[in-house]
Design a protein. Sequence first.
Length: 390
Amino acid sequence: MKPGTIGVGDMEAVFENVSLLSTEFIPSTERIVGQENQLALLDYAISPLLFDQPSDNILLRGPPGTGKSLCASYIAQREVGSLLDKGMSAIWVDIDCRRTRTESHLLRVIGHSVRQPENDLSIPERGLSKDEYRARLREYLSDNFDVIIVILNDVHVPRDEELSGLLRTLRGVDECLVGLLGIARDVRNGAPTIDTDQWDRKFTYDPYSCDILHEILRARLDAFTPGVVGDDVLDEVVDRASADRPNARRGIDLLRVTGMVVAADGAERAEPSHVEHATLHVDGAQTSDYLRGLSLHSILLLSSLATVTGLNDSNPRTSEIYCQYEVVCERRGVDSLSKRRVRDLLREHEYLGLTDRSTVKGGRGEGNYGVHELRLDPDQIIDIVEHRLD
């Protein structure tokens, strides 16, 4: 079956509490496995806010699925709960920097996230200068909150100057303490470029072992009706979620979608074949989710990469991708970007986990050059891209 072909089945027969497998679910302490030390370090770093003192800017780095977002959300929620218990006004927000890359856009998204029903914030999508966005958000935070904790996911995606402006704006709030937690995903070919001088503390998250991943996923099995998921299926999910490196987020996604496949199939018990079908769907869904956050030129460039890869049956050079990109832009009546900007966009695709880049030593007369590899099937990428463009 193709990704996205899962039908509607009897979900209640399969799941008892499917929310336990949601990416937005923040587990209780006893459900968090293998992160005791990281939670303690993060709790200590953010705790000055409890005592009406500013906390450091904190950066969490590591590969996908290593618990960065989980730990940040857990600590932010617990910290805000403690502040509310003390009678203080506090809130935490989680911002996706893949979809909000400029300072003005980031300020608007934060503003929309903190607006209170009884005290609205006027922060329109356009028509204000950057300074006015800054002033309105600062004033609103000062008037309505004692503390705000801001989680910035994929903080390596915005340009340094945009991120620097945002951090200065938030640190410039007079009557409200701001806790900042940045999350940057390391990729296989190295860490994304990020100005670490902007962050006072840096915590590194290493991949889980397969045994720890097994424990993490077992702790979520009460999401299912008893007997639906056995050890054979759990082992299959762990194997597939560890193909590149153990990835807890991917494992949880696979468990949830496997349950959906079982429900659509009308089966009483999950089988390894259901996990295989779920894997196809998860890969396609994750790609679609990434593409929804990309700009038009990022989409056109990704389509160009997929097209050249399919034509050559090999990993294309940057120059080959750019030539196809110019053709696509001309066909759609869009002005193409410079080669330098295209290289930046290709780097973003790598950071998002859609591609891998490697350097080929061409030898005398040819020199070294970069080639780019899609991490998913080119035909699948082209289908998703064309659907997005339509």
